[in-house]
Structures are given as C-alpha cells and as structure tokens.
Design a protein around this ligand. Sequence first.
Ligand SMILES: [Cu+2]
Length: 385
Amino acid sequence: MHARSILAALAATGPAGLTNTLSTTDKTPIQQLTVPPALAQLGIQRAITASGPFAVPAMVANDTSDNNGMGTFQQLADLPCRDCYITGFSFGVRYGDGPNGSAGATANIDTGIYLHHGVLININRTDATCSAANGGNFQRMFGAGNERGYVDLTLNGTRRAGYYIAEDEVILLVAEIMNMQVGAPREVYVTAQWDYVQAPKAAASATTNTTSVERWSPATPVWLDIDGLCGSYTNGSEVAVPAGVEVFSYSMPVAWKPDGGPNGTVRNYQVLVSASHLHDGAIQLDTAKNGKTICEGVATYGGSPEYISQVPGPDMPGMPGMSMGPVPLTHISAIHMCSGVGATTSSDEWSVTAHYNLTAHPGLETVNGQAKPIMGIGLLFLVEV
Ligand SMILES: [Cu+2]
C-alpha cells in the first residue's frame, strides 16, 4: 500500500541506516490471549503487541488536500517471536490510555479515527509480484484497511502453514491513520494481534520421543493490485476515481504468474487465503485465476456501531449552509475472505478486479467534495506443494 515513505527513507539512509534510527528491541507482548482449541492443538499462541503512541494530526477545516488529517507512521514491528511462524494476524487501533498506553478504547470511525491502511514490510526479502529491479526489494508481508480483518493461514487448524520470521529479519510496521476531527492531534496506538508458533527444532523429536518433527510450510504473500504489479512501489497503489463516474470497475493491467521451477518446469502451489483491500465506495474485489473469479471479496458496510460516522445532513429548505443535522454514514466493516482457495501452478494467471459504486456507498472525499483515490488489492498466501 503506502510504500513511498519507506522507499524515501531507504533511499536516504539504506536499510542499515534506517534500522539504526529505530528501536531494535522487540518488546514483550502486552497481552497473551487464549486461542481456540483447533489452533491450540497445533501449539499456536496468540498475543497482542502495540506500537505508538502516534499523534494523528487534526483535520484542518479549509485544507482541501488528500492528506488532510492524515498521519503516516512507521517503526519496527514489535514481534511476538523469532524463528517462528506467524499463522494468523490482524490490526487494531486504540486510544492511548490505560496500562502501557495501549489498552485504551477502540479507536474507529465513530469517534473519528480511521485506519487507512496498516502494512507489515519485511526489508530482508523481495516481493513476489514486483521484481527488485522495479523497486520490490522488500516484501509486503501483510496489510489491511479499516475493516481490520483477521487472516488465519492454518485454515482453522487444518494446515501447518504460516509466515516464517527468521532471527535476524527486520519487519517494519507502516500505518496511515486519519483523524476526521478538527481541533488537536490525537494519540493512538496501532495494535497487532498475532497467532504464532515456534519453528520446530530437530532436537525436539529426541526429547519428546516422536518419530518426526511436524513440518510447517512457509507461506508467501502475493499482492495483486489494480494499480499494477509494482503499484505500491511507485504511487502507493492509489488510483484516481474517473471524473464524473459513480459506477466503475478497474482490473489489474497485467496478470501475475507464480514462479516456475528451473528449466521451465512447472511448480505446484496451494492458495491458502485470498484477502482483499478496498476503500469506501467499493462493492467487491474479484480475484480470478485464468480469467475465472474464484474469490469474491464482498464488502460489508456498517456491520457494527464503530463503523458508522455522523456527517452533516442536507441543508434546511431555503437556508443554504444550515444543515438539518447529522446523518449516519456507514463505512466498510468487513471484506469477505476466502480460505482454502485451492491449487495453482506456475502456468496459471492471476488478476483482480475492483468494483466501485459511489452511489450505493459514498467514497472518502476531501473537504471540498473531491473524490479521494481508491484502491483494489488482493492478498494471496501461497505454499509450495
Ligand atoms: Cu488503501
């Protein structure tokens, strides 16, 4: 998603310089949670970490820019483990009160805080859909928007799969957060809920007397983007709303193929999960294999009260500028995720199409009513089989 600031920072300092400017200690998780039995039987643990505080600037009444009220924050992600697999993940945003400054109330659109996107980036790897030569010299690991969806790579405990994090890898957390209120900046924390399991050690088989160590499959994140395969690396994946058009669809310009083996051999994969990122105004993101939709990422609006904001209503008759009072506006609260998407090979072509209808669901706008750019991103997690 918004990788521009990272690119700028890396260009200015190099990865080592960037690392040195940040805290390098992984903090203790602020809270351990209980996992459902289906995950616990695989040895999975769950923890919440918190990054911040981040002071999100106040909205300025006469600022018509796209980034009015927006703050972009990046720091090292606080990881719950190393030499381990992240098997499930979600973002949250909280107000900075309570113990450790991070156990405050949920910060969402009903109180004027909107998570434009949160992204985890592994600077030690290259991206699956954007070559290093084209700027993909770090890997987008996970991302979500304000819907804050939960991804489970084990498919409810039926697969030993996760995103492997080595001892020495550097993972950045980037969050773009919007404050919809005028007045003072507001402090928030970005929380991350991690499901994780330590990588099995070969020695474990001797001490536990089992015949073999259970193998875990490393999952590879794959970003499919209506803005093109390197969209995040060039312009933050933002796509302009076509002028004067309320209903429109955008497809990925060039399809993506999974990597093949040496000498043109075919490789086989399983697609564990297909998740989607969309902005308000979207109906759904279709993820297609060889032109056939196999996951419909349908957006739900206003599924719970924290996803409903109050906006000025229409003017009173004959009294321009005098609103009749606030009216509710619903925002995306969930996007359907597909689990156990199925097999694919290096011969298959993958793409995404985002469908928007700004009449059905208003998009985000600047203070003078200009449509803000939209996005359409599909996030697949693949394991080689
Ligand atoms: Cu976005």
